[in-house]
Design a protein around this ligand. Structure first.
Ligand SMILES: [Zn+2]
Length: 312
């Protein structure tokens, strides 16, 4: 289990998490959306609504947005509610998206909740759902599939993590062969697939390397120099016939405008009206990609005129 922290800045605590909190349990939600955990949390941080939560979990990533010792606005039970003021809130992603992807997200959430229960010394009775506080039918997809079934996923994980720590399980290794281009300014090449391994050398932005093996989000360089974190590299093309081509040229991430002025439109094509114009150098988050268009906080832009700064 890997945790990504994308925290609400202190300047927004008054909106998103105004009170200190000593949690007494966990509250489970479904996003009722199709976006990834990174996209959900960056959207939550980016707006000024009194809506917040501690974690969003999708099929491969756990993203934290608020410290556990602060409250979040998630349970619709008011300023002094036992949900809003006493629970660690968890959003499970993709509940209106692909069912298999949602089930994987649920499974990762169950692993994470089991880990949290163990960490806090809590029993399964500490796991509640949004519905318990206000009657809202949330987590809707988890309820459709069966709440007791979800609790059983957690119970199964609780049985397992007494004998093995999930954070220390080695990721499965896969042999492969494809090219990547480095997107970070400078990227460490390490002796193994993790930041705990020593740095052998570094590679630089726009250099291209062949990856011959992957483990989680790490890739082994063909040269034998070591491993790089693939979050900072973009796949260039495939030299393997067994790997399907990537469906999307662009990925969700932080982008910067690389044109003198970029139209922001109300939809993902030039057929939609112009809402505003991003100046060159404007940095923006993306919440959704459709072909070469991305939905940003102000509307849709064509990514052909932008550079990716950081992949989510
Ligand atoms: Zn909810």
């Amino acid at each position: 289990m890997q945790l990504t922290r994308l925290m609400v800045p202190q300047s927004k605590w008054n909106i998103k998490c105004p009170y200190t909190m000593e949690a007494d349990g966990i509250c489970v939600h479904n996003t009722a959306n199709k976006a990834s955990a990174m996209a959900e949390v960056s959207y939550m941080i980016g707006n000024n609504n009194q809506v917040s939560y501690h974690y969003a979990i999708d099929d491969y990533r756990i993203v934290q947005g608020v410290e556990e010792n602060r409250n979040t606005w998630h349970a619709s039970d008011g300023g002094n509610g036992k949900g809003n003021r006493k629970k660690i809130s968890i959003e499970i992603c993709y509940s209106t998206g692909d069912l298999e992807q949602f089930k994987k997200a649920e499974l990762l959430a169950a692993k994470f909740i089991a880990y949290k229960l163990k960490e806090k010394g809590w029993g399964i009775d500490r796991v509640s759902k949004h519905q318990d506080y206000c009657g809202k039918y949330c987590p809707h997809k988890t309820l459709d599939l069966g709440w007791e079934r979800f609790l059983n996923l957690i119970r199964a994980e609780l049985g397992q993590i007494q004998t093995s720590t999930p954070t220390q399980e080695p990721a499965q290794s896969t042999t492969t062969n494809y090219l990547v281009r480095v997107t970070a300014d400078v990227l460490n090449v390490r002796d193994g697939a993790g930041t705990n391994y020593r740095v052998n050398t570094t590679v630089r932005q726009n250099e291209v390397y062949t990856i011959v093996e992957t483990q989680g989000n790490w890739g082994k360089l063909k040269s034998g120099a070591g491993w790089i974190c693939l979050d900072y590299a973009q796949r260039k093309d495939s030299t393997s016939t067994t790997t399907p081509p990537q469906a999307n040229k662009y990925v969700l991430g932080l982008y910067v405008v690389n044109a003198s002025g970029l139209n922001v439109r109300s939809g993902p094509s030039t057929g939609y009206g112009i809402k505003k114009v991003y100046a060159r150098g404007t940095k923006f988050d993306t919440y959704e990609i459709k072909n070469n268009w991305a939905r940003t906080p102000s509307g849709w832009v064509c990514l052909d005129y932008c550079n990716l700064l950081r992949k989510y």
